[in-house]
Design a protein around this ligand. Structure first.
Ligand code: BTN
Length: 239
């Protein structure tokens, strides 16, 4: 996704500047406090792509969208909500591409047909948030990581179609900009309908560490309700 393919398609302020590299450890490390909001880093291949909770995020070169976006939320913002805001933008992008519904698995996964197609990683440092997005686009079944805990899919394994990644990325950035701006202006309430209506866990029995219960949806702060009790963060397993 070289700059000359992406830049002419950009519609808003996200994606400017657009930093493209062939190979890097992680696009999360490319952006810093001197970059403006909306700066984007994209790699064809990450050699040490990272996921939440110290996990790895892997994709063969040229198959996925691996992008990071620099955000400068106002001081004191509940930045843990940004993975839901990013997830909403990804879910809509996926739905538009596949013409199928996508769900958000709290706090940071995008699911289609009960499989994970994308993950979001929000990292805060030096007054900025770097929002990392990994979206499986053209991987074949053999190229996807095997993880029984979170079975993976790509857009290609869902509908058999190989896609240009540049228009998808541009669509994703435009949607992220809209939802992020709405969130800055109006908080999670401003984007809640799109998030709450795609809740993958609602009504399912889940385990969080030692705790087990039924997920009853998200509260207006973006916390998962398990048997009515709000959970701030953590690793959710389906029981
Ligand atoms: C997760 O599923 O736990 C989050 C995965 C986030 C992966 C993306 S790919 C682009 C950016 N760079 C990284 O090293 N990670 C994020």
């Amino acid at each position: 996704m070289k700059a000359e393919l992406v830049q002419p398609l950009l519609r808003g302020r996200f994606g400017r500047p657009y930093r493209y590299v062939g190979e890097t450890e992680s696009t999360q490390a490319i952006l810093g406090p001197d970059d403006p909001e909306g700066a984007v880093a994209v790699a064809e291949h990450q050699t040490a792509g990272r996921g939440r909770l110290g996990r790895r995020w892997e994709a063969p070169p040229g198959t996925a969208i691996t992008a990071s976006v620099l955000l400068r939320p106002p001081d004191g913002s509940p930045i843990q909500q940004l993975s839901l805001v990013g997830g909403l933008a990804v879910a809509e992008t996926v739905e538009d591409a596949l013409q199928l519904s996508a769900q958000l698995k709290w706090p940071n996964d995008v699911m289609v047909d009960r499989r994970k197609v994308a993950g979001i990683l929000a990292e805060a440092r030096e007054g900025i948030v770097v929002l990392g997005i990994g979206l499986n686009v053209n991987q074949t079944r053999e190229q996807l990581p095997e993880d029984a805990r979170a079975p993976a899919a790509s857009l290609r394994t869902v509908d058999g179609t190989e896609r240009d990644r540049a228009p998808l990325l541009v669509d994703l950035l435009a949607r992220l900009e809209i939802h992020y701006d709405a969130w800055v202006a109006g908080g999670l309430d401003a984007v809640f309908d799109g998030i709450g209506s795609r809740d993958f866990l609602r009504g399912r029995r889940v385990r969080l560490g030692e705790d087990e219960g039924v997920a009853g949806g998200l509260d207006r702060a973006g916390r998962l309700l398990v048997d009515g009790r709000p959970v701030e963060s953590g690793e959710v397993e389906l029981v």
